[in-house]
Design a protein around this ligand. Structure first.
Ligand code: SF4
Ligand code: SF4
Length: 114
C-alpha cells in the first residue's frame, strides 16, 4: 500500500513479550528486522510496507504492534483505497477488524458495496 500512512507505519516490539524466537526476522520480506546479538530489533522501519500486518498477526508472542492504532476510520480508508486501486481488501485484515470490534459487518458491507 505505497503512500498510505507513509513514514508512520512500522512495527514496534514489546520486549516484555518478545521471546526472540526470530520468526518476524525470517518472515518479513522487507528486511525490517535485524538480529542484534541474541535480540530481534526493528532496524529498518522505513522499509515496512504501509498497511502490512503480516508479522503482527503471526508473532507467537503477540509482541508486535504499530504506532498508529487501527480505527474504524482507518479500516474504511483502507477499503476505499483498495477499491480505488482496483485491489482486493485483505480478508485477514477485515477479519481482524471485525474480531476486535473495530468496525461492524454491516459497515464493511456498505463500504464494499458503495
Ligand atoms: S516473532 Fe514476535 S516473539 Fe518472535 S522475535 Fe519477533 S517480535 Fe519477538
Ligand atoms: S508489517 Fe510486513 S513489511 Fe512491516 S515489518 Fe511486518 S512483515 Fe515486514
Amino acid at each position: 500500500m505505497e503512500g498510505f500512512l507513509e513514514g508512520i507505519w512500522h512495527p514496534l516490539i514489546d520486549n516484555e513479550k518478545c521471546t526472540n524466537c526470530g520468526f518476524c526476522y525470517n518472515y518479513c520480506p522487507k528486511g525490517v528486522f535485524e538480529k542484534n546479538n541474541q535480540n530481534i530489533i526493528v532496524k529498518n522501519p522505513a522499509d515496512c510496507v504501509d498497511g502490512c500486518h503480516g508479522c503482527e498477526w503471526k508473532c507467537p508472542g503477540n509482541a508486535i504492534s504499530f504506532p498508529k492504532p487501527i480505527t474504524k476510520e482507518y479500516v474504511i480508508k483502507v477499503i476505499r483505497w483498495s477499491k480505488a486501486k482496483g485491489r482486493n481488501v485483505s480478508k485477514d485484515f477485515i477479519k481482524y477488524a471485525l474480531k476486535n470490534q473495530i468496525i461492524q459487518q454491516d459497515e464493511v458491507s456498505k463500504e464494499m458495496r458503495d
